[in-house]
Design a protein around this ligand. Structure first.
Ligand SMILES: C[S@@+](CC[C@H](N)C(=O)[O-])C[C@H]1O[C@@H](n2cnc3c(N)ncnc32)[C@H](O)[C@@H]1O
Length: 275
């Protein structure tokens, strides 16, 4: 498993994914007993599940895909088709995919055509990956997907030159057990191992209120009583470092200076492990 923090990029955008922790996760995976069952309780993009499964193919890894990310993956070829159509519409056919993040601007004058293209795409495929399109159009950190029938008022839009890695998208779930549940309904049992990456308090990304987040953290606390866990959090959770240390004696990791998608600010993330 590569140690580099940028070595594992989920095939479609997912704010707050934990690819930066791929090296640490892979190391922790080596500590698991043979055939262990691992729950990626707040699975998001599934990147943690993917890392664990790749490091330990003998383990059963359950990705709790609460966001329907795996559905977006199934439609990756169609979404790539839409990207190519946008590239053509904007007159960038000559642009080669060089794998960089260079984005070709879409002129505001093309707004109506772009909107028609979105509608036509939705009508053709019966599917529209509004989250990926939101990311393309650079419309802030809001999590709500773009509706193909209600395009945003402003179109300071860009289209990525790098193509979606459709093959990687389709292989992303290989070997994983994928479920779509509220985490309280998961059939977690003593002897299982957990990855807990709950929504961060007050984070713009997840749009959870403090009260909701506290309820989720209470649920996590109950799970931590019965199973070894890896717990992620932003730096604020490190206030609990002493409490967690006293009770569980976890291994502790911290990364500083990650760029948050919230206002482009820097923040630190921490990871506790009792695996
Ligand atoms: C910080 S993100 C996890 C990111 C993920 N570890 C990754 O690397 O992509 C938190 C996730 O918890 C999910 N979530 C929120 N409430 C949940 C619930 N009640 N049950 C299960 N998942 C939930 C959110 O949809 C979001 O995907």
């Amino acid at each position: 498993m590569p140690k580099n923090k940028s070595s594992l990029q989920p095939p479609l955008a997912f704010s707050g994914n934990k690819r930066f922790w791929a090296g640490e996760l892979a190391d922790e995976a080596l500590l698991l007993p043979a055939g262990a069952r691992v729950w990626d309780v707040f699975g998001g993009s599934g990147v943690c599940s993917r890392v664990i499964k790749d490091a330990r193919p003998d383990c059963e890894v359950v990705w709790n895909d609460h966001d329907g990310y795996s559905d977006r993956l199934l439609h990756a070829a169609e979404t790539e088709d839409l990207r190519r159509s946008l590239i053509r519409m904007c007159g960038y056919e000559g642009c080669q995919d060089d794998g960089t993040r260079f984005r070709a601007p879409i002129k505001c004058a093309l707004r109506d055509e772009v909107c028609s293209l979105f509608r036509a795409h939705f009508e053709k495929y019966g599917y529209f990956d509004g989250l990926t399109v939101r990311r393309w159009l650079s419309i802030g950190a809001c999590k709500a997907p773009i509706d193909p029938y209600k395009p945003p008022a402003d179109l300071y839009a860009h289209v990525p030159r790098a193509s979606i890695r459709v093959g990687q998208a389709l292989a992303w779930c290989d070997g994983l057990v994928v479920v779509h549940k509220d985490f309280l309904d998961l059939d977690i049992r003593p002897g299982d191992f957990l990855i807990l990456d709950p929504p961060y308090v007050g984070s713009c990304v997840d749009e959870y209120s403090g009260r909701e987040t506290l309820q989720i953290l209470r649920g996590c606390r109950d799970l931590m009583e019965i199973c070894p866990f890896i717990l992620f959090g932003d730096a604020s959770i490190s206030f609990w470092y002493e409490v967690l240390t006293e009770k569980y004696n976890p291994r502790f990791f911290q990364k500083d200076g990650l760029i948050s998608c919230f206002n482009g600010k820097l923040r630190s993330e921490v990871m506790f492990s009792t695996w």
